[in-house]
Design a protein around this ligand. Structure first.
Ligand SMILES: Nc1nc2c(c(=O)[nH]1)N[C@H]1C(S)=C(S)[C@@H](COP(=O)(O)OP(=O)(O)OC[C@H]3O[C@@H](n4cnc5c(=O)[nH]c(N)nc54)[C@H](O)[C@@H]3O)O[C@H]1N2
Ligand SMILES: Nc1nc2c(c(=O)[nH]1)N[C@H]1C(S)=C(S)[C@@H](COP(=O)(O)OP(=O)(O)OC[C@H]3O[C@@H](n4cnc5c(=O)[nH]c(N)nc54)[C@H](O)[C@@H]3O)O[C@H]1N2
Ligand SMILES: [Mo]
Length: 765
């Protein structure tokens, strides 16, 4: 690896930096020409849906409806490199464990089903028949409650529906998914507050909005196509207010790489009109302050006979809990709000002033809001702010959680959930004539607890890199080895394959970009975007190898090998024609998926009906609920913190998709050639006696065992006092498993109490 370089980057998001970074990856993956032609089909009606983020796909697509990172994801999946049996013959699993995440995936696409052979410590080729039969045998021998069926959020609606059904027919609701580590506070918080577990805005709302607010979402790296909506909004002089501890480039300025004029003139649009560097976990306090300011301004308006600030008729007709919420806000003291948010009263009031003037506001948020001990309360606090001025269920206004994986929201819609009440079990019972399990299943954190305690004995993963994505990686890796069976359906080699159970299988699958030929011809699949629109997707390139199979095929074979035959299901017929899976989905959810097959390629997608958009509140109170948080503290039950303690934020770079590391540069943050970084405030650094560029170790300040990551290089950075930041997944060993959102159990990856130690042994890389 080249020498790491740290130097501030002053280019905009998008722009020439983006064009160059994209060219580099196309060349590295050895697909410059076909890659470029392929990208023209990305996110278009009748094309394929990007395998990167879940951002909405417009009805009128741009010529290039993709972004730097979506294109990188396509290049990464469509690489010319292959990782077949020869590779595994050459390398033992023990050897591969010493490789980086980058090096593992960089071997290219997996081409053959593989079985772990303990004698040679290698993965060896196995036939599909043998693999599925052996897995079926093991699963039949196990107690169903001891098996976990994980899903990362990429698999299609069709695959996910079959997978959930398979788990339930097998006998459990142990269906954790990546959203348990991601937007679960959205599913829990929005459901309780406004009666829908998902965002309420659609793409058109952006055109009608006159204020956008961003809380903890890094648009420039993680959903760059959204920058077009932001640029349009700024052209209409719509203000954008951002709350983020870090000054993220995409939230500062953007040059549209698809605009010849902008590229030639190096013109950049300013994105945020106010940028508040809130402390990690300080959002509840910041938003409370805004609400307090609005309530005060409303009282004042009332006294002098000016128009009200609060939307009183909306509050009366549509909400519950208003008085208690007002009492809570008024009881808060500004000094405490300032301390907990890290913002000044005047900064918070400035945000409130702009909010009070706007007619239609969209509240956009991501992991900065959800991945906290009080993540669900933070989401609900944002809802409170929106309710004060009736900003839900109105054109141009609403909540916009930016979902992660391209079909993570859709998986939940078709039954991937550990919560039995969220799946239509009675319908499934009727439709397929079996008795679905009614007991609550395991979510991600509970599955980890089960693995630690030994109650969980087998793990099946539909995509993802579970062992790397979860908290407490070192402890979890150790416990993982005692699993009896691990099965990973995957496209590329990752660490979860190498921490194998007693019996371990890697089942390589087709990616969404590839043509999926079945008995009735080439198949389409479907997914759901962040804005609850269903889209069809057709593969365009030849399969990477004859050895791989489609995800629906693999799930069907596993089901057939495990379950008793059921006359109400022909897994083979489903695989022969995915349209019949969509018919089955429609039969299970008739209101949601009405005529899914007929409308699969409608430009702009098929909207899922959402009660809250029409101001129907499917909550316990029958109203939209104001929810009073328990307190301002983002981390309620940490022991007394030492003076050396900092809150660590784990982040994505601009060169990764979750645990998939595309490269070692984080252009926007000025880091080149390394991911072993600790961003620190210059004053904290001086106060604690460290210097810029020094190598340090980081330990978790936790009541139980010692957790540490060694050999991080300090980079002085513009970050609030008391906070520091570094990259996920390298820092996951620092997150205690118990350090999760109290309500949704989403690991709290954004404010981990840590201490920094002078490094015993410098390690670079
Ligand atoms: N290219 C690319 N695209 C992706 C992904 C990827 O890895 N790469 N991942 C996908 C997935 S699964 C997801 S979930 C999304 C994730 O996308 P994001 O939701 O953007 O997640 P993070 O990168 O973790 O960044 C969170 C942001 O929150 C800020 N932040 C941290 N703590 C706080 C806080 O306490 N308060 C506030 N207000 N802000 C805070 C951070 O500075 C950062 O800018 O992106 C998806 N899209
Ligand atoms: N510290 C910290 N931890 C975090 C986070 C954080 O911000 N900080 N973020 C959390 C979040 S938001 C998420 S969503 C999780 C992500 O957790 P996961 O979804 O489990 O992880 P990914 O890195 O997205 O999974 C990558 C792997 O998926 C496989 N894959 C890729 N495409 C396909 C496909 O089409 N089909 C199949 N079957 N497999 C495929 C490849 O083998 C690849 O190696 O991580 C969480 N962990
Ligand atoms: Mo995510």
């Amino acid at each position: 690896m080249a020498h790491p370089k740290i130097e501030p980057y002053d280019g905009p998001a998008g722009g020439w930096g983006s064009a160059q970074s994209l060219t580099e990856i196309l060349l590295r993956e050895e697909i410059p020409v076909s890659g470029a032609a392929l990208l023209m089909k990305q996110n278009k009606p009748d094309g394929f849906m990007c395998v990167s983020c879940a951002w909405a796909k417009p009805a009128k697509a741009l010529t290039f409806e993709y972004c730097e990172n979506g294109a990188k994801a396509t290049a990464w999946e469509q690489t010319a490199k292959r990782c077949g049996p020869d590779f595994f013959a050459e390398h033992t699993v023990t050897e591969l464990l010493g490789w980086t995440d980058y090096a593992l995936e960089e071997q290219g696409r997996l081409t053959h089903p593989l079985r772990y052979d303990a004698t040679s410590d290698r993965y060896v080729p196995v036939s599909w028949e043998e693999a599925t039969a052996a897995i079926g045998r093991e699963l039949r021998a196990l107690e169903p409650k001891s098996v976990v069926f994980y899903a990362s959020g990429r698999a299609s609606l069709e695959t996910s529906y079959m997978y959930g059904l398979f788990a339930r027919m097998y006998g459990n609701n142990n269906l954790p998914d990546s959203s348990n580590m991601c937007h679960e506070p959205t599913s829990v918080g929005l459901k309780a507050s406004i009666g829908v577990p998902v965002g309420t805005v659609v793409l058109d709302d952006f055109e009608a909005s006159d204020l956008l607010m961003f809380f903890g979402q890094n648009v420039g790296s993680n959903s760059p196509r959204m920058l077009h909506q932001l640029q349009d909004a700024r052209r209409r002089r719509v203000p954008i207010i951002t709350f983020n501890p870090l000054r993220e480039r995409g939230l500062e300025r953007f040059t549209n790489p698809q605009s010849v004029v902008e590229m030639a003139t190096r013109h950049a649009t300013e994105i945020s009109t106010q940028y508040h560097q809130v402390k990690a976990g300080g959002d509840i306090a910041a938003i409370t302050g805004m609400c307090k300011a609005l309530i005060a301004a409303d009282r004042e308006a009332q006294q002098v006979g000016r128009p009200r600030i609060l939307d009183v008729s909306f509050i009366e007709e549509h909400t519950h809990g208003f008085e208690a919420f007002v009492a809570y806000c008024e009881a808060q003291d500004w000094a405490a709000l300032e301390a907990a948010s890290g913002l000044t009263r005047s900064a918070i009031e400035a945000a409130a002033t702009v909010y009070a003037r706007a007619r239609a506001v969209i509240g956009i948020y991501g992991m900065g809001l959800t991945q906290h001990r009080k993540g669900t309360e933070a989401v609900q606090m944002l809802v409170n702010l929106m309710l004060l001025r009736g900003n839900v269920g109105r054109k141009g206004a609403g909540l916009c959680p930016v979902r992660g994986h391209s079909n993570v929201q859709g998986q939940r819609t078709v039954g991937i959930t550990e919560k039995p009440e969220l799946a239509p079990l009675d319908v499934l019972k009727e439709q397929y004539g079996f008795e679905p399990p009614r007991e609550k299943g395991l979510n991600t954190v509970e599955a980890c607890e089960g693995i630690l305690s030994g109650d969980v004995k087998a793990f099946v993963g539909l995509g993802g890199n579970f062992v790397r994505a979860i908290p407490d990686t070192v402890r979890m890796e150790e416990a993982w080895r005692s699993l009896r069976l691990t099965v990973q359906v995957s496209t590329k080699l990752n660490r979860s394959h190498l921490i194998n159970g007693g019996q371990a299988y890697i089942l390589p699958c087709l990616g969404r970009i590839e043509i999926d030929n079945q008995a009735s011809g080439p198949q389409a699949v479907s997914m759901e975007s962040s804005t609850s629109c269903f889209h069809g997707s057709r593969g365009k390139t030849n399969p990477v190898s004859d050895g791989v199979r489609s995800e629906p095929w693999i799930v069907a074979e596993l089901a057939k090998a495990t379950l008793h035959p059921n006359p109400a299901i022909s897994w083979d017929a489903w695989v022969a024609d995915y349209g019949t899976i969509r018919d089955a989905i429609e039969a299970t959810y008739p209101a949601v998926f009405k005529d899914l097959n007929g409308r699969l390629f409608e430009p702009g997608g098929v909207h899922k009906p959402l009660a809250a958009r029409e101001r129907r509140w499917e909550t316990e109170s029958g109203k939209a609920n104001f929810v009073v948080p328990e307190g301002l503290d983002a981390d309620p039950d940490m022991p007394a913190r030492s003076a050396e303690s900092l809150d660590l934020i784990t982040l994505r770079s601009n060169d990764q998709f979750n645990t998939t590391v595309y490269g070692y540069d984080d252009r926007f943050r000025g880091v080149k050639g390394t991911r072993s970084i600790l961003f620190m405030n210059v004053e904290d650094m001086a106060r604690l006696g460290f210097s810029d560029g020094e190598t340090v170790d980081v330990v978790t300040e936790a009541k139980d065992e010692l957790r540490s990551v060694k050999g991080l290089r300090i980079v002085v950075y513009d970050i609030p006092l008391g906070n520091c930041a570094g990259y996920y997944p390298e820092l996951n060993p620092l997150i205690p498993l118990w350090h999760h959102d109290e309500q949704s159990k989403t690991p709290a990856a954004k404010a981990i109490p840590v201490r920094i130690l002078r490094s015993a042994a410098p390690i670079h890389g």
